[in-house]
Design a protein around this ligand. Sequence first.
Ligand code: CP
Length: 337
Amino acid sequence: MQFAGSHILSVTQFERADVERIFSVADRMEPYAQRRRVTKVLDGAILGSMFFEPSTRTRVSFGSAFNLLGGEVRETTGIENSAIAKGESLYDTARVLSGYSDVIAMRHPAAGSVAEFAAASRVPVINGGDGANEHPSQALLDLYTIKKELAGRGRGIDGLRIAMVGDLRFGRTVHSLCKLLCLFQRVQVVLVSPAELRMPGEIVEDLRGAGHEVLESDALEASIAHVDIVYSTRIQEERFSSQQEADLYRGRFRLNQSIYTQHCEPNTVIMHPLPRDSRETARELDDDLNDNPNLAIFRQTDNGVLVRMALFALVLEVAEQVDAHARDVNWYTAGRF
Ligand code: CP
């Protein structure tokens, strides 16, 4: 695809070569994300960060990524702090805010809303999550993490065996990840969820159409026995009609160290898009896994900065200029990474 000036709204925009290009640029961002080098390639550029739904990682890592490339970030958080609360349309909001920014990262609770906003925007818009629909930058960082985790084991994304566990109906990260996996070969996907929270049928069909083997199950232990990756997700309480309805499913699939030791192959990688729900009634990924070296959740969050830097560098067409605007850092950085 032509990255320069493009909106990033769905992973279905990408061919495999595009994903590999993003990963290749992300690899080159490591010295900057690890604070060994500083670049000012986006000096003077402005990111409009518009998060109309709660977020920690996506919002802050988009902002960090832009700062690390030398740009400035202007944030709007919460519909209540925006004129949308006074009835302003997404069209008008996009027309106005795209006059104040060079690129926009946006999250919104309604599926399709980021694409609607992008259609009126005068600058590229990157989807930071639209309802239960898609979360393309998360899927890219997840796949980038899978690639890096498996590289040391002589395995790649082709031939991957992955179990996705939890709320597969409303979890936008697993929707985007499944669509991205359709670009690869011979993937085995085990989809573990309550019957009411199964992966949407069209995404299962997409996986099968790509030649992948798909199993659906409601039994955790048997499903995680022969996979490279266990990708856990929380119950997406905010998508249910009530907390009581979400409570019906919360805590149904809990992975802890004991279950991992008993049922997983050695070195099975544990992932989660985060936030994990650490309340006693949930704990889909128990804190007792924190010292397990195969728990990759914080490597995922670190990788998110690299991938988001790569997206900005490609969309704003500076990927080949980053090093030319760089210098070594002069402050203490040892031991962080
Ligand atoms: N993974 C993710 O989207 O996290 P946040 O909701 O904190 O952005």
